[in-house]
Ligand binder design. Structure first.
Ligand SMILES: Cc1ncc(C[n+]2csc(CCOP(=O)(O)OP(=O)(O)O)c2C)c(N)n1
Length: 354
């Protein structure tokens, strides 16, 4: 199905506005919507997209909330205690990563992939796999009787559409990751979901690397849990999308004030891992938020020379320290998945930091 056809069909039933967090399964639909005026704004996490949708429903709209099935985790609370309780309504489009019928997806998608329908059902959300325009009519009809209905989208079912979102930065994310890796050798490094972990794995795989391949937005919290218990430096490699998804943790970090904590955010103003859709980081000064939350030092760089200089400086200073690195959107071509299974990452990491 072409993104523009899906959009036009949804408009026949007056659906809109559109909101959510991108999924590579149907990243093209996000990219298409972003070319339209006033139809779509990205959110920081799926739960907040959903409650924004509830707000728009209260004004008479028919919101469409879009997400990867991983985002169902962020959705459960506002679904069970907002839409389900108040009968505010939303149509969900949910990307089906880890669908057991498809060839093997990455490990972070296995459990949710096998249980997507069950999770939705348990949250009182009726669902159907999107296969034709009839399913949109079905969803529209169902919304007469219930608060939230989901159309599950198989990867590749919606055709690709190139992202039109442009940014102005020069340094590639991989160059930044490599430089950071070279300057933090043998340190404990916690890297975020998506390509940033893959790029760290390629640049300098090491036993003290903990790759957070799922749980988007949780890398800094994992790092914080470790930082409180060990004396060694902890380097967290975050993305802007991931940092924004659970930005509240900056307050906990600033409150606990671990001296050994360096939080680096690679900000490309995009969800590059899912196709380069824009995030809202261009209007949010995360560096200043970190400082306002109680980080000790917070800096921003956008070229290799300064990146190296500032990392060296921050590693010498007591933390928690924050470094925002502006990088180009885009991923290293043909980068491999991390070979180690998540449980092997845990075992190797625990041995290494003993
Ligand atoms: C809860 C949740 N929502 C969505 C996703 C899909 N997802 C994986 S990586 C990613 C983008 C991460 O963006 P960012 O942190 O900015 O890093 P970048 O890829 O741009 O380097 C998204 C949206 C996910 N894994 N989990």
């Amino acid at each position: 199905m072409k993104p523009e056809e899906l959009y036009q069909e949804l408009k026949k039933y007056n659906f809109g506005p559109f909101m959510g967090v991108a999924d590579s399964s149907f990243g093209g639909f996000f990219n298409y919507l972003d070319t339209l005026k006033n139809e779509y704004i990205p959110d920081v996490n799926e739960g907040l997209a959903f409650s924004r949708g509830a707000g728009s429903y209260l004004t008479g709209k028919k919101p469409v909330v879009m997400m990867q099935n991983a985002g169902i985790g962020n959705l459960i609370n506002p679904q069970t205690s907002l839409n389900n309780l108040y009968n505010t309504k939303s149509l969900l489009l949910v990307g089906w990563r880890g669908n057991p019928a498809n060839k093997k997806d990455a490990p972070e998608h296995w459990y949710m992939g096998e249980n997507t329908k069950e999770f939705l059902e348990l949250a009182n959300i009726k669902s159907k796999v999107l296969e034709s325009f009839d399913d949109i009519k079905w969803a529209n009809d169902e919304l007469e009787n219930t608060s939230t209905v989901a159309l599950i989208v198989n990867p590749e079912f919606i055709e690709k559409y190139e992202s039109q979102h442009k940014t102005n930065y020069e340094m590639s994310r991989y160059d930044a990751v490599e430089l950071i890796a070279n300057n933090t050798k043998d340190m404990i490094r916690i890297s975020t979901t998506g390509m940033i972990s893959r790029e760290l794995n390629k640049a300098d795989d090491a036993p003290k690397n903990f790759y957070v391949i799922g749980s988007m937005g949780h890398a800094s919290s994992i790092g914080l849990g470790i930082a409180k218990e060990v004396k060694e430096k902890i380097i967290v490699l975050d993305g802007d999308g991931a940092a924004l998804m659970h930005l509240g943790v900056l307050s906990t970090i600033g409150n606990i004030k671990p001296k050994n904590f360096l939080h680096i955010c690679l900000d490309n103003e995009s969800w590059s891992s899912t196709g380069g859709q824009r995030t809202t980081s261009n209007t949010t000064e995360i560096k200043d938020i970190a400082l306002a939350c109680g980080y000790t030092n917070s800096r921003k760089v956008n070229d290799k020379e300064n990146l190296e200089k500032v990392i060296k400086e921050l590693l010498e200073l007591d933390g928690p320290n924050f470094l925002l690195v502006n990088v180009k959107k885009g991923n290293l071509e043909d980068i491999e998945r991390i070979e180690l299974l998540p449980e092997e990452i845990t075992k190797r990491f625990m041995e290494a930091i003993k």
